[in-house]
Ligand binder design. Structure first.
Ligand code: FAD
Length: 106
């Protein structure tokens, strides 16, 4: 079975980076594709209990694919749900761009 920690780090890197470079004003096609990508996770993510919990969380928190800012925040909040479940520190969602797009400013 896959290493759940390594898989998680790689997947969060992919998702947060993809959100950071998602258009400010996506076309309907871009929105539909992002929604498909997100909706596939609970069905295909190769850690079944992770996938199940993520699917449950998504039922109460619909994906925001309206644009870069909303998507980045939505994803940060979902990641924080997983952080809380695992007893990890909550991430400051105001620092998402600094972490995943612009890099540190100092
Ligand atoms: P990670 O949580 O992998 O984070 C990587 C980096 O992202 C951090 O170093 C930090 O710089 C940044 N970061 C942290 N929080 C945020 C945030 N909220 N927003 C933006 N950036 C942030 N593991 C389990 O054991 N059980 C599960 O049920 C489980 N479910 C998961 C569900 C999904 C959809 C995914 C993608 C992963 C899941 N994982 C689960 C894996 C888990 O979330 C971690 O990836 C793994 O434990 C490694 O943690 P880490 O401390 O190295 O940092």
């Amino acid at each position: 079975p896959p290493d759940v920690e390594q898989l998680g780090r790689a997947t969060w890197t992919f998702l947060h980076t993809t959100a950071a470079y998602y258009p400010e004003r996506p076309t309907p096609t871009q929105r539909a594709n992002m929604l498909s990508l997100i909706r596939a996770l609970p069905l295909l993510y190769p850690c079944s209990h992770c996938a199940d919990d993520f699917g449950e969380d998504m039922k109460n928190n619909a994906p925001d694919v309206s644009g870069r800012a909303g998507l980045s925040r939505w994803l940060c909040e979902r990641h924080n749900e997983v952080n809380a479940k695992l007893g990890k520190e909550k991430f400051d969602c105001g620092k998402t761009d600094e972490r995943w797009k612009d890099g540190p400013t100092d």
